[in-house]
Design a protein around this ligand. Structure first.
Ligand code: HEC
Length: 111
């Protein structure tokens, strides 16, 4: 019995240790900033309407994204059928992307 138990406990400890160290890594993840992430998400999901297009308002600079962050967070959480929903005429953003905009806002929109 002991012969089985010892390796089993050892394995369990390994698994737990692995879990703890990976959650620590997650906390140490680099901060979300405009230049390391926001810019590319906007370029990917909100262009061409908001990049180089004066009619729908530019979101293609740090300042314009920062100034509009409340509206961005509000609109991307609407239902696609709601008035003001963004990205207009497209599928709703994945939840991880929505959470990502919220995290950037809560972090104080770092550049
Ligand atoms: C197919 C074109 C299109 C796409 C894609 C699109 N938008 Fe828009 N957006 C518009 C138009 C047109 C308006 C102006 C009308 C309005 O306010 O609803 C607008 C307005 C906005 C506004 C308000 C701007 C202001 O000056 O108050 C925000 C914020 C916004 N969009 C965010 C986004 C975000 C974030 C994305 C990407 C996730 C996105 N939009 C994708 C067309 C688009």
């Amino acid at each position: 019995m002991k012969k089985v138990l010892v390796p089993a406990l050892f394995l369990a400890t390994l698994v737990i240790f692995q879990f703890c160290s990976s959650s620590k890594k997650a906390q140490k993840a680099p901060k979300i900033t405009y230049s390391n992430k926001v810019q590319s998400v906007i370029a990917g999901s909100c262009a061409p309407c908001h990049v180089g297009n004066a009619r729908s308002g530019h979101l293609d600079s740090y300042d314009s994204a920062r100034v509009h962050i409340d509206e961005i967070v509000r609109r991307i959480q609407l239902n696609p059928t709601d008035k003001g929903y963004m990205p207009s005429k497209r599928q709703k953003l994945p939840d991880s992307t929505i959470q990502f905009f919220i995290a950037w806002k809560n972090a104080g929109t770092p550049q």
